[in-house]
Structures are given as structure tokens and as C-alpha cells.
Design a protein around this ligand. Structure first.
Ligand SMILES: Nc1ncnc2c1ncn2[C@@H]1O[C@H](COP(=O)(O)OP(=O)(O)OP(=O)(O)O)[C@@H](O)[C@H]1O
Length: 648
């Protein structure tokens, strides 16, 4: 989360020393007997220092890779429960076999060390009794997604790592849990950096801040729902991010939803789908009367389940977050990071309406491919490749005029309207997150943990601080079993009950809101003496883009930034040879297709605004990959008016 938070009015007045949240203890592991681990938690993360007769080795689980933690108690099996006894030894194994041995008295183990308190806890019954088997250990599970390389030549990717710390120095579960929770709180503090965020005094009527998830079940190859259940929901849960999930029922559902609802309960709106769904959300927000305030206080995120996924790829590319191997994981980590940055939005005036765009505006070849390949949607991203070849063979040209307002060289970056409000979002998120966990005391039984650990590091404290040889393991577990769970406050909404409300609201005449234009109206002439330039004639295409990527494999404008106040106009004129054009299209995947200097046929023009006037009466024009009415349009950049989530 952000470091530069404003201090809330209700924050604790007495600062607590940061060192209080720097903890260390000694742990052991049973796989390497005699190996002692000094575990330290501080601002860098967890440092595991292994001391063995052969020397000292250190491993760090970095704080920036950690998403959250859980305090838990292991739940025992039914069989073990049947054999459990209130006075089983604190030294006894938690395995059913060992438990049975203790009960029959056949082991010669040391007599029970249970305190009166722990016996009482057992006899309290209910859930507590379910857990009791003589093992009074408490566990802290730490969830991290660590950057790794499979081999020297492979690219970086993230792997899930779980650090399991077992606390059993005390002879009652409560005491061990208290210790585990002390580490958990320290972890939370280190994750969020400021005490104010975590230990802020609760205000009764404080607005709740949650994540709104809008999911398009028809995105891409139609697997968004499964993707959410398998890859998004478990990470939200590990990070204790509360969310409300709405599944869209039809086109424009998301747009109407965010246009008509009170949104102040959500700090972030996440599109689980493609760029088309994100486009809908952005436009819905900009059709609100309170659009300026909502854009300032609501971050936008995307989980790429569409066929293009230009925005998700552009964000990951800009921040060097691994994407290709696990695009969904990278984007979920981006959303829960709590970090945001301003993003340019482009206002697009069509003859009868105004829409807003975050990705691109196209006329000609690329738009033709985008729209006409829809019939091959089932193929996913491959549809673009196939249709590109088809359109190259039967190349079309288009007549028209493109006027543009160039960006002057060395023009200072545009003001970022939303910068001062950056901190507000993440603090609110975190406050709510903390509220959830503090109510819970400790979390679920470890039985509810996802079992799909790619890497597990398991360490434990000693009993009464003496070395104990029978310990858990330091192991890697390749289990592929998938398992996920929900935190209590996350909600799935069927939209059956919501449609009436949306239908009713769309009956009302719609008023135009959103930022005003700074250029002449579409039907008015452009002031050529104020720096407007013109390209006229026959074109193969014009494509205006403001993100680095138009799709996962389309590195269209390598130098674009999320908030550089620039539209990159790429124009290809008729006369370009087919081999040249083929090269251009092939090299788009590596971002090496654009000329360093503008040539006769291919031009790259950084502009602040442009106007397109096609002379033909038919053709395809797209905005963010979505088909719009064919005809004249004009566009102008609105620097940094939206806010998107970015990786830590
Ligand atoms: N439940 C739904 N049924 C049918 N269409 C929907 C539904 N929800 C949203 N849509 C529409 O589907 C269109 C495409 O959605 P989306 O962008 O999520 O996927 P995509 O087109 O596969 O991805 P990309 O835009 O990245 O190519 C959007 O224009 C959206 O309006």
C-alpha cells in the first residue's frame, strides 16, 4: 500500500515505535536435524537465517511479495478426535497414530503438561473441542508470490510460496495464539507501513470500502467465471480484500450499473473481462453527475479474461510485472497492491454522442481485423493472426482527411489532477481490511487453507524454548489440488434481482456529463493558424493509441505511458508495399514496427487532439476495440483523469 498517506483525524495520537513491529525468534525444522532458523520480520520481510554445523544460509521472503497472513489452528481429523484426550501431552504428535499411543499409555511419553486453562478450553466443547488433540500450537501462515526463474534462459514469473510458522513455546493454545497474532499484527504493520492505517480508532458510521467486481461471463473464450473462482478469489481471500461480485447479464450492463448506483461503498471497480468491459465501466462512470469525484476516489482495475487485454498488458509492461506466464495472477496482485497511478482518458466526439476511451481509436486495417475476426472468437487471440493474413491478401484503402494538434517537443508533462488523492484510496481499503481481521480473533482452521502450494516453508518454535528434534518440515510441495474459500464478507450477486432497477433507471432521459472539450465542435472548422496540421488522401489505416499494448501480443506504441498526455497517431498511406506492410504487422508483437523517422508511407505523430473525416460512406471505426458508428469523429486527451491500480 502507499507510504504517503494523510493522517486520518481518528488516528492514534501516540506514535508507536516501528521497532515494536520488528520481531525475531528461533524456529526449527525436522528435515534437517540440528538446524536452527533465526526468523526475523522487519520492513524487508521475513529473513530466515539457517544455522547448521556447515555454516549460515539466508533466505528472504520480501515484504513486497507478501500479500497477507493468517493465524490458525490445525484442525484434527475425526479419527484423531475420537482418540483425543483432554490431558494428552503437549509434547505429543498431532498425528492420529501418536495420539492413540498416548491414550493407551504404550509410549512412555512424558506425563501431561496441560494447564488447567487448556483442559477447561477442551471441555468448553463446540468448535474448541473439535480442534483439541493435545496440540496447543498456533500457526501463522504467510502468503507470498515470489519472483522466480525456472531456468537461466526463462523469463521471470511469480510462484506462490507459503511460509508456515508454528508457535508452541507456551503450554496453552491461547498463549501460543497470542504470540502468533503478535507476529501477524507486525506483518500487517510492515505490509502497510503506517500505524495510522492499521490502528486507527474505529468510527461507528465509517463508510465501508470494498472492491466492486464486474465480471463478463462472455469475455474471450467464455471462461471468466472459472478464472475468477480459481485464480482471483483465492488471492483476494489471502489478502483479506472484501469484494462484491456482479456477473453481467448483457452488453452495457456494467456501464448502467456504475452509472446508476451509489458507488461510495467501493474503493475500486474491477473489470473481470476484456478491454470492452473496461470501456463500458469507464463510460458509465463518466456519465455520472459526480464523475469527477468518483474518478478521484475510485481506482479502476482489470483482470484480463478477454481476447485482447491491451490495458492489463500495458500496465504490467510499464511496471515490469511478469505477465505472459500468469496474466491473471499478475493483475490480481496489481489490484490488491493498493497502489494506483493516474491514467489519461481520451474524449471522443462522434456526430451524435460523446464517449471516452483509454486504449485506441482505429480506422482501416487494424480495426477491420479487430471487428471482422469476431466470427473467430472461439479461437481466442489466434483470431487476430488469422484475420490479419486474410486482410493482407485482400488489402483495402480508405479516403479521408486527418487533422491533428501536435505535441510540441519538450512540452512539460500535463498536470495530474488526481495526485493529492492517491493516498485516500488505499488507506480506506486497508482500514476496512483491518476491521475484518480484528473481529475474527484468529482465522480458520488450517484445513481451509488452499492446498495448491507451489512452495511451502514450514518452521516452528521450540516447546518452552528447548530444542526439540521432532519438528515439521522444510519442504516443497507440488500438489496441484485446487481449493479455495471465501471470507465471510465477500458477496456474490446474481443479477436477476438487479435488472429491474437498472431497466427502470435507463428509462430516464440521459444527460451528458463528463469533462468539457477544449477544441472546436465536430461540425465547426478547425483553426489551422493555431497549430493544427492536416494529412489528406488515401490511407491503409489510421490508428491512434495511448497505451503501450493494444493486446497481449501487440506492442503498438512502445514509448506510450499511462499518463503522458499524448495520443500517438499512427498513419499508413496507400503506396506501402505488401512486404513492408507484412513486416509492420509482424513486428508489432515486438514493438519494432515503427520507423525512427517518419517516412513517406508510415508516420508516428504524437498529438493532443485529432479529427478524422472519412470521405467514403462506409468502413469500420473502433474505439477501444469496440465498433462505433462510421463517420467523422474527433478526439482529445484528458490527462490523468482516471486512476488505475498498478503493481507494488
Ligand atoms: N453478459 C454479457 N453477455 C453478452 N455480452 C456482454 C455481457 N457482458 C458484457 N458484454 C459485452 O461483451 C463485449 C466484449 O466483452 P469483453 O471486452 O469483456 O471481452 P472481449 O471482447 O473478449 O475482450 P477484448 O475487449 O479484450 O477483446 C463488451 O462490449 C460488453 O459490452
Amino acid at each position: 500500500m502507499n507510504k504517503d498517506h494523510e493522517k486520518p483525524a481518528s488516528a492514534c495520537s501516540t506514535p508507536i515505535a516501528a521497532t515494536q513491529y520488528e520481531l525475531s525468534d528461533t524456529f526449527y525444522t525436522n528435515q534437517q536435524k540440528g538446524h536452527v532458523f533465526r526468523v526475523r520480520l522487519n520492513g524487508d520481510g521475513f529473513t530466515l537465517q539457517r544455522e547448521s554445523p556447515s555454516g549460515t544460509k539466508e533466505q528472504v521472503v520480501k515484504i513486497c511479495d507478501i500479500v497477507g497472513g493468517r493465524c490458525m489452528r490445525l484442525k484434527q481429523s475425526r479419527r484423531s478426535l475420537a482418540n483425543a484426550c483432554a490431558c494428552s501431552s503437549g509434547n505429543s504428535s498431532s498425528s492420529p497414530a501418536a495420539s492413540a499411543r498416548v491414550h493407551s499409555g504404550a509410549t512412555g511419553d512424558t506425563p501431561s503438561k496441560c494447564s488447567a486453562a487448556s483442559r477447561e478450553e477442551y471441555h468448553r466443547g463446540g468448535a474448541t473441542a473439535d480442534y483439541y488433540d493435545g496440540d496447543v500450537s498456533a500457526y501463522l501462515y504467510v502468503f507470498a508470490y515470489v519472483l522466480k526463474k525456472k531456468s537461466l534462459r526463462s523469463t521471470l514469473h511469480r510462484e506462490r510460496t507459503v511460509l508456515r510458522l508454528r508457535f508452541r513455546s507456551f503450554d496453552t493454545f491461547d498463549d501460543n495464539m497470542r504470540e502468533a497474532e503478535r507476529w501477524y499484527r507486525a506483518l500487517r504493520w510492515q505490509l502497510h507501513h503506517t500505524l495510522e492505517e492499521i490502528f486507527v480508532t474505529r468510527i461507528q458510521d465509517e463508510r465501508r470500502r470494498r472492491v466492486l467486481v464486474l465480471l463478463n461471463p462472455k469475455s474471450g473464450s467464455g471462461k471468466a467465471r472459472e478464472m475468477f473462482n480459481m485464480h482471483v478469489c483465492p488471492v483476494f481471500n489471502e489478502a483479506e480484500v472484501p469484494y462484491d461480485l456482479y456477473v453481467t447479464k448483457h452488453s452495457n450492463y456494467a456501464s448502467e450499473f456504475v452509472r446508476t448506483r451509489p458507488l461510495n461503498v467501493w474503493c475500486c471497480v474491477v473489470a473481470v473481462g476484456g478491454d470492452g468491459l473496461f470501456h463500458e465501466i469507464l463510460n458509465g462512470l463518466l456519465q455520472r453527475e459526480d464523475w469527477a469525484q468518483i474518478l478521484r476516489t475510485t481506482a479502476l482495475g482489470i483482470v484480463p479474461c478477454g481476447s485482447g487485454n491491451g490495458l492489463a498488458k500495458s500496465i504490467a509492461h510499464t511496471y515490469n510485472e511478469p505477465y505472459s506466464s500468469k496474466p491473471i495472477l499478475g493483475s490480481v496482485l496489481t489490484i490488491i497492491s493498493g497502489q494506483t497511478t493516474a491514467m489519461d482518458v481520451v474524449r471522443v466526439d462522434l456526430p451524435d454522442r460523446t464517449i471516452y476511451s483509454f486504449l485506441s481509436i482505429g480506422w482501416g486495417l487494424i480495426s477491420d481485423i479487430d471487428i471482422e475476426s469476431e466470427r473467430l472468437r472461439i479461437l481466442g487471440y489466434q483470431r487476430f493472426t488469422l484475420w490479419t493474413l486474410h486482410r493482407l491478401v485482400s488489402l483495402r484503402t480508405y479516403n479521408g482527411k486527418i487533422s491533428y494538434l501536435p505535441i510540441k517537443e519538450h512540452q512539460p508533462p500535463q498536470d495530474n489532477l488526481l495526485q493529492p488523492l492517491k493516498a485516500q484510496l488505499s488507506r480506506s481499503c486497508t482500514m476496512h481490511i483491518d476491521k475484518l481481521s480484528s473481529n475474527q480473533g484468529f482465522h480458520q482452521s488450517a484445513e481451509f487453507l488452499p492446498q495448491e502450494f507451489e512452495d511451502v516453508i514450514s518452521l516452528e518454535t521450540s516447546i518452552n524454548h528447548s530444542f526439540r528434534s521432532r519438528c515439521d518440515s522444510w519442504l516443497s510441495n507440488g500438489s496441484r489440488r485446487s481449493f479455495y474459500y471465501s471470507i465471510s464478507e465477500s458477496v456474490y450477486h446474481s443479477l436477476a434481482d438487479e435488472s429491474d432497477c437498472i431497466a427502470a433507471s435507463s428509462d430516464n432521459p440521459r444527460q451528458a456529463y463528463g469533462p468539457a472539450s477544449n477544441i472546436p465542435k465536430l461540425e465547426e472548422p478547425l483553426p489551422l493558424d493555431e497549430g493544427w496540421c492536416v494529412e489528406e488522401g488515401q490511407f491503409v489505416m489510421m490508428h491512434a493509441a495511448y497505451q503501450t499494448h493494444l493486446g497481449t501480443d501487440c506492442h503498438f506504441v512502445p514509448k506510450a505511458q499511462l499518463n503522458d498526455g499524448t495520443i500517438y497517431l499512427i498513419i499508413i498511406r496507400t503506396g506501402i508495399s505488401r512486404p513492408q506492410l507484412l513486416n509492420f504487422l509482424i513486428n508489432m508483437s515486438s514493438g519494432t514496427h515503427l520507423p525512427e523517422k517518419n517516412g513517406e508511407f508510415v508516420k508516428v505523430l504524437p498529438v493532443r487532439a485529432f479529427r478524422l473525416e472519412p470521405y467514403d460512406d462506409h468502413g469500420i471505426i473502433t474505439v477501444d476495440g469496440e465498433l462505433v458508428e462510421f463517420g467523422p469523429l474527433q478526439a482529445e486527451v484528458l490527462p490523468g483523469i482516471a486512476r488505475v491500480t498498478i503493481p507494488k
